[in-house]
Every structure is written in C-alpha cells, then in structure tokens.
Design a binder for this molecule. Structure first.
Ligand code: GLP
Length: 263
C-alpha cells in the first residue's frame, strides 16, 4: 500500500488525479475506470477534467463503472448515484454516456442486478483503475462493516451511521434509502489499481484502521491491504492518526524518477 499525505484537499485532488492519469496513460485510451460518488473524489474529478480539457488525458474511448446505487430512487432523481455520476464525472470529463455504467437500483430486477453488473464489468475486460472514497465507518462502495471480504455486487442494507452521514444531502433522514446495490469487496479487489482519497478529521479513524489495523470485515476498506496496487491519498487531517506518517512522507519524497507523478 502506498500512502501519500498532502497538505490539503485541493492537493489530494491534484496528486490523486496525477496518479490516475499516469496509470491511465499506461493502460491506453480504452481504460476502464471505477468511479465513486461522495464529496471526497470531487477535487480529483475536477483535476482529471482539467487534464482532459488541456489534452493531457484521453478518455474518448474510456468506460466507467460506478461503485453503487441507492435502491428505489428513480434514475433522474438528483440524489440517485446515476444522476450524481452524470453530473460529477460523465459530463465534466466528457465521457461517452453510453460507456458509463451504474448498478441498477430499481425495485424490479433487483434480484439479479448484482449478477448483471458483474457480467458487464467482465465484458468490459475488468476495471483498470478504481477510484474510491471511504465512509467514516470504513465502508468502501456501500460495503458496510461485516461485509464479506469476498463479496460481489449485490444488494446491501445501509447502516444507521451511513444514513445519518448521507442525510445532509436529503431533506430529512427519513428520505435516505435503506438499501443499495454495491460492488462487493471482492469486485473492488479485482480492479488492477485502486486509488482511495480521503479528507478531514472525520475520516482519520477509518484511514488509520484500514491502513495500519488488522484486515477485518469490521473496517471493510482494510481489505485493500490484500491488494497489490493500492494508493491512499489523504490530507493532513485524515492522516492525523497514522502511526507511520513520517515513513509515508519519506517514501513519497524519495520516489525514484520513474515513479514520480507529473503534478
Ligand atoms: C457514500 C458512498 C461511498 C463514499 C462515501 C463517503 O456512502 N457510497 O462510495 O466513499 O459515501 O462519502 P464522502 O466522500 O462524501 O465522505
């Protein structure tokens, strides 16, 4: 696991986007992104969009697979992840909307929504670069604590903590859906590279647990310790509980030239 500690949120966006762009250039124009919703990756998407606009990143043939979707919200609901991904990823980066996929959270067809999504990811050749945020309880996608570390895309029940965290976007807590369809932890582990971003002191406990704690279903993001190519990009506040923070700083500062990022 590589941990990169940045001074602030905007630098998290710049550094994570540089890492993603470097990986995307290595894959080529048919790169397959995994994309997350939430506020954490917004600066990353803005920076990726800037790179597309300046011709430094070619996404004309790229595909994208969202991590998750609420159950029961119509696709055009502004808080559905279908609409959120359209606004925050597809349009700013200029991705072809037909190549951007989101799990199907509609009630009809829910039983096989996971299987269909897994098949679509497989047909695309798998995810090359998975972009992740993290919940304050350590969830990635919507894989809540106690999720199987081998799980695949399926319906999950949201925890009260997650519903409360996400209630800020809705009119009231009662309106936050109770269920979702999310890529599983096994699905996420299949991505060839993972780049997780986190900001703020509210994420510090989760970051310390997933980077330095035991691999446990109680902190689902800790499964990334089993991934060969996981990069964690955090601001100082989110890094504040990391025991080996100085080591991560030294490692990043002394990267050999071929591993350095073009910021
Ligand atoms: C939601 C999403 C996650 C995201 C998390 C954190 O629960 N399903 O993918 O990482 O929120 O959101 P934020 O980045 O806004 O803190």
């Amino acid at each position: 696991m590589d941990v990169i500690i940045c001074p602030d949120e905007s630098q998290v966006g710049i550094v994570s986007a540089a890492k993603i762009a470097k990986l995307a250039a290595e894959v080529g124009p048919k790169v397959v992104f995994g994309v997350a919703t939430g506020s954490s990756p917004l600066a990353t998407y803005a920076e990726l969009a800037r790179r597309v606009a300046t011709g430094k990143l070619d996404v004309s043939q790229a595909q994208a697979f969202a991590l998750d979707e609420y159950v029961g919200l119509p696709h055009d609901h502004p808080l559905s992840y279908t609409d959120t991904i359209r606004r925050t990823v597809t349009e700013p980066l200029g991705l072809d909307p037909d190549r951007v996929h989101v799990p199907d959270g509609r009630l009809e067809g829910l039983a096989d929504a996971g299987e269909r999504y897994e098949a679509a990811i497989k047909a695309a050749g798998g995810v090359d670069i998975q972009i992740l945020g993290i919940g304050s309880n350590g969830h990635v996608g919507f894989n809540e604590p106690s999720s199987s570390l081998h799980s695949r895309t399926r319906m999950k029940t949201l925890t009260q903590q997650t519903r409360e965290d996400n209630a800020r976007f809705f009119e009231s807590l009662a309106e936050v859906p109770r269920h979702c369809v999310t890529q599983g932890l096994g699905t996420i582990l299949d991505a060839r590279h993972v780049v997780l971003v986190a900001n703020g002191v509210g994420k510090a406990a989760a970051i310390a647990a997933i980077v330095e704690g035991p691999v446990t279903a109680m902190w689902p993001g800790s499964v990334l310790q089993l991934h060969e190519h996981a990069t964690i990009v955090v601001d100082e506040a989110a890094a504040s509980l990391l025991t080996l923070a100085d080591y991560y700083r030294q490692a990043y500062e002394s990267l050999p030239a071929w591993q350095r990022l073009d910021l």
